[in-house]
Design a protein around this ligand. Structure first.
Ligand SMILES: NC(=O)c1ccc[n+]([C@@H]2O[C@H](COP(=O)([O-])OP(=O)(O)OC[C@H]3O[C@@H](n4cnc5c(N)ncnc54)[C@H](OP(=O)(O)O)[C@@H]3O)[C@@H](O)[C@H]2O)c1
Length: 294
């Protein structure tokens, strides 16, 4: 298929590469020349606006930071809908507000464009390996049309229902993921203070009931103070804000999520917004007194 990709960051760039590898013709648009050039070297074509991408392709993916970015790129003056012809498939794989996803799907439908919300889980590693979990909301037939694209990007595609339901599922994912990350960070701080062998702790826990992706992937990074971003603190905070707002609207309390959101706020306050989420361990270390290991 001819596929457009807009948003060439930590996630979008490796996703575009996987589409090229799978034999799709890929057109990209980005704001940062170096990111665009890297993909052109890998075989992509470049377009100078989202509207121009939409004119060239059968389907266009957006992988952008936040709700206003997606609104601008989809529905702004030189946005996807401005260049779209009826029948275009648009797939927003960013994490944004479910209500905004519903509104955008309505505006797209009025232009004859099927817009799916299809956020993902699996992190930078999942984007590179093409092993993401893809959570889809929108028209079921459009989801079927998107399957050849999803096959290049992910291992699991789950159709969740109408517009916004993919985003709602992703917010549930973020609640579970962020609270698990915080539990892993607490375990890492306790194990270090107790003088336990870092690698042995992860091995032991990973073979038992406390095993998780967060433990396996993030505990070793926390232990070696590697805070390079796979998933940035500021994007995690965006997701937790969205989750807390959606929960409040539904009358649901998320006390553990609220505490984790505050711990991340401590990181943001000290200028760590662009670190990876595993930097949460720094906030927990700052709360611990300076006792020696036994
Ligand atoms: N990282 C993860 O582990 C992960 C996992 C699952 C889901 N997500 C979600 O995926 C989305 C992207 O995350 P990411 O980590 O890839 O973020 P990122 O590295 O910040 O990438 C976002 C990209 O969007 C581009 N962009 C922003 N506004 C644009 C516009 N108007 N036109 C064209 N490009 C624009 C940025 O361009 P510039 O470089 O020019 O600023 C940047 O390259 C977010 O919604 C995030 O929550 C991330």
């Amino acid at each position: 298929m001819r596929v457009g990709v807009i948003g060439l960051g930590i996630m979008g760039a490796p996703m575009a590469r996987n589409l090229l590898r799978a034999g799709h013709a890929v057109t990209v648009h980005g704001r940062t020349p170096a990111r665009v050039e890297a993909l052109v070297s890998a075989g992509a074509t470049v377009a100078d606006s989202p509207a121009a991408v939409a004119r060239d392709v059968d389907a266009v993916i957006t992988m952008l930071p936040d709700t206003p970015d997606v609104e601008a790129v989809v529905a702004g003056p030189a946005g996807i809908l401005a260049g779209a012809r009826p029948g275009l498939l648009a797939i927003d794989m960013s994490t944004i507000a479910p209500a905004a996803a519903r509104t955008l799907a309505g505006r797209a439908a009025a232009a004859g464009v099927a817009l799916l919300d299809a956020p993902v889980s699996g992190g930078e590693q999942g984007a590179i390996a093409g092993s993401l979990s893809i959570m889809v909301g929108g028209d079921a037939a459009a989801c079927e049309r998107a399957k050849p694209i999803f096959a290049a990007l992910g291992r699991q595609v789950t159709y969740m229902g109408g517009p916004g339901q993919g985003q709602m599922t992703k917010l549930v994912n973020q609640v579970v993921g962020a609270t698990t990350l915080a539990a892993v960070a607490e375990g890492v701080v306790l194990a270090a203070r107790a003088g336990l062998d870092p690698a042995a702790v992860v091995r032991a826990l990973d073979a038992g009931a406390a095993s998780s992706w967060m433990l396996r992937e993030q505990a070793p990074r926390m232990q070696r103070n590697d805070f390079a971003p796979g998933f940035m603190v500021r994007l995690q905070q965006k997701d937790l804000r969205l989750a807390l707002a959606a929960a409040a609207q539904l009358g649901v309390q998320l006390p553990t999520t609220a505490v984790v959101h505050l711990l991340f706020a401590a990181l943001e306050a000290q200028g760590d917004s662009n670190l990876g989420t595993q930097a949460l361990v720094k906030a927990l270390e700052a709360l611990s007194s300076k006792k020696d290991a036994p």
